[in-house]
Design a protein around this ligand. Structure first.
Ligand code: SF4
Length: 437
């Protein structure tokens, strides 16, 4: 039997696709290079923006048409499956199974039914989210490890709490168990994953344990398991505790990088977004992270064009960016998301204005990123080699501890191993470097 998977959206979706793929492989199914050759086609969808859903609808229509001649089973999972559930099958009758957030643990049952030529009328839901035991992408030396699921924050623009449910933390023994098996399988870097990892809280057996405690536990386990670097994402500023900052400072295996989503620089907009911090508090936090962990880089998300946003609000964002000096940022303009409070807020910013404001934000960030990178020239960095360089076959592409991209001369046998390099020059978003021994 053969499968084909298409994944959209965030890192959590990628991790969940890897976990679903493991269930195919446990049953000795093989990956098809083309959907037309598969027995099951799985689309793991995203709901975060309407454009993501429109794209998924396009793919569902494409596979529904292909299925008529090839006869595979079409399964849709992910946030869009949870949001629309039965309405999806009404709109797209070609879809055989729509598996929402709390039905993923029944995925194996669905596969077994497909393999034996049966079809299930009902797919059981679990009362709470169930974490898969492994999220490793076959053959990869880098892996996500989900540590929590869902979100309690209800930022007014965000659909996540509605489609992924309330926060639930994974048990430390499961996390450590996955780390050990990843290390034994040759994984060298893990990224602890959650919508807001800083609010990790385990109160069951072996608890209580907060995120700082988990980081210390993971750091001590990682080294013994052959894992040389641990990252985590995403961090909500309101929950990044001093204890977490100290845990990073004390443990070299924890990467010198925090993705700390600010979203906006105006206190008025931050309040309307329900982010629960001010720009001053954010900047104070950024300063304290930097002074406690020398050499750390910060990156962020910025959402521009929120309802009611004025020119002064945009200026406040540009000012914050100038002070925070992010190494890089993911920058978006706001689009209303049906089912969220912000979608019915007054003061919509016209599309053209949003785009023009976003262009200014991007331009400033480019200049800051260039500056931050120039400030690192001459320094040394620990890098994990990720693959061959696209431009030169004699070079490899690697990522620093600070989450910056580097190319340096080395052969492909180094892929998946660590190296120490000196950052010599900047080419676009990438450093050119030389290995130091
Ligand atoms: S913290 Fe806010 S933006 Fe992030 S997932 Fe939760 S609700 Fe969405």
């Amino acid at each position: 039997m053969r499968y084909f998977i298409e994944t959209y959206g965030c890192q959590m979706n990628k991790a969940e696709s890897s976990a679903l793929e493991a269930q195919f492989q446990d049953r000795l199914w093989t990956r098809a290079s083309d959907a037309g050759d598969a027995d099951v086609v799985l689309i793991n969808t995203c709901s975060v923006r309407i454009t993501a859903e429109n794209r998924a609808w396009g793919r569902i229509a494409h596979y529904s048409a292909l299925k008529r001649s090839r006869g595979f089973t079409l399964i849709v999972t992910g946030c869009m499956a949870e949001r629309l559930k039965d309405r999806m099958k009404e709109k797209a009758p070609g879809v055989d199974y729509v598996l929402g957030t709390f039905q993923k643990s029944a995925f194996g049952v669905v596969l077994d039914a497909v393999a034996s030529g049966r079809s299930l009328e009902v797919v059981e839901e679990t009362p709470a989210f169930v974490f898969a035991s492994s999220h490793r992408e076959p053959g990869s030396f880098s892996s996500f490890v989900p540590i929590m699921h869902g979100c309690d924050n209800f930022c007014s623009y965000c659909i996540v709490p509605y489609v992924r449910g309330r926060e639930i933390s994974r048990s430390p023994s499961d996390i450590v168990g996955e780390l050990r098996s990843l290390g034994a399988a040759g994984v060298r870097e893990v990224t602890l994953l959650g919508q807001n990892v800083n609010s990790y809280r385990w109160t069951g057996e072996g608890g209580p344990l907060d995120f700082a405690g988990l980081l210390r536990l993971v750091a001590s386990e990682a080294t013994g398991s052959g894992i040389g670097r641990v990252r985590f994402v995403s961090s909500h500023p309101k929950d990044l505790s001093p204890a977490t900052v100290h845990a990073i400072a004390d443990n070299e295996v924890l990467a010198r990088h925090v993705h700390l989503c600010v979203q906006h620089g105006s206190d008025r907009v931050l309040a309307a977004m329900n982010r629960k911090y001010t720009s001053g508090e954010y900047l104070e936090l950024a300063r304290s992270v930097r002074s406690s962990i020398p050499g750390i880089t910060l990156s962020t998300d910025i959402l521009i064009g929120f309802p009611g946003e004025t020119e002064d609000d945009v200026q406040a964002t540009l000012d914050l960016m100038g002070e925070a000096r992010f190494a890089y940022a993911f920058m978006y303009h706001y689009n209303p998301r049906e089912g969220t409070p912000a979608a019915s807020m007054p003061g919509r910013v016209p599309e053209a204005v949003k785009k023009e404001r976003l262009a200014r934000v991007i331009e400033l960030q480019r200049a800051i990123s260039r500056d931050v990178m120039r400030g690192m020239l001459g320094s040394e960095a620990s890098v994990l080699v990720e693959g061959p360089s696209k431009r030169k076959p004699t070079e490899v592409l690697a990522r620093t501890d600070q989450d910056m991209m580097v190319v340096f001369p080395a052969d492909a046998s180094r892929i998946g191993s660590f190296a120490r390099v000196r950052l010599d020059s900047v080419r676009g978003n990438t450093f050119k470097a030389e290995e130091v021994r």
